[in-house]
Ligand binder design. Structure first.
Ligand code: SIN
Ligand code: MN
Length: 215
């Protein structure tokens, strides 16, 4: 059970695998994500309607990437700045998905969030996908954060847990549409990123697959 504060019970299908990636695996993944960001540079998205900039910067890898701008949230096959297709999802992430997702098709999107010390992520649901039978698989790298998770209604009680570099978290089953967010980053808690900060990777299946398994 993760260390936590608050009263609510975590929904079924929520799973935290602390320290799933050792330092060597974290460094390899960090380097793979650096290569992704060379091909598909981090950019600062803006909120639908208001156009307010996010405090995190983002990029994606995979056939589809999650984007947000004044016209809304959506998945698209190309980087909004360069117009090029997103780079492939690193093999190590595909292996993690195979091992932990309990879902017979590959992920289609890997959102890369980069948090500097002051960045946050407000409470939200991951609901822009057509397929909710697959979990969201999230990997944390770099500085620790305070992650908050609630229920299926925004007003449900929430619980807070600290996520550290190398931790893997799954929102599957009943927790797939749980509200969640990042309240704060703890600067200086990891040496993985030379300039500090936190990287979060979320793997998602976006479309409903055909009947036949893809692997
Ligand atoms: C997200 O919900 O997109 C990010 C969660 C996190 O940074 O841990
Ligand atoms: Mn999310």
């Amino acid at each position: 059970m993760p260390s936590s504060t608050g009263e609510n019970t975590l929904l079924d299908g929520f799973r935290l695998v602390p320290g799933r990636l050792d330092r060597e695996a974290q460094e390899a993944l960090r380097d793979a994500i650096r290569a992704v960001a060379v091909e598909a540079p981090l950019y600062r998205p803006s909120m639908p309607r208001t156009g307010k900039p996010f405090s995190v910067r983002m990029t994606n890898c995979g056939p589809l990437g999650w984007v947000s701008d004044q016209s809304g949230y959506r998945y698209q096959p190309t980087h909004p700045g360069t117009g090029r297709p997103w780079p492939a999802i690193p093999e190590v992430l595909l292996s993690l998905w195979k091992e932990l997702a309990d879902y017979p098709h590959p992920p289609e999107a890997c959102l890369v969030n980069f948090y500097e010390a002051e960045a946050r992520m407000g409470l939200h649901q991951d609901s822009d996908e057509a397929e909710f039978a697959a979990p969201v698989l999230s990997v944390s790298l770099g500085d620790s954060c305070l992650f908050r998770i609630g229920g299926l209604d925004r007003r449900d009680p929430t619980r807070s847990l600290r996520l550290a570099s190398g931790d893997v978290l799954l929102l599957g089953g009943a927790s797939r549409l749980a509200f969640h967010g990042v309240d704060r980053i703890y600067p200086g808690t990891s040496t993985l990123l030379a300039q500090g900060g936190r990287i979060n990777l979320t793997l998602r299946r976006v479309t409903k697959p055909d009947e036949s398994p893809e692997w």
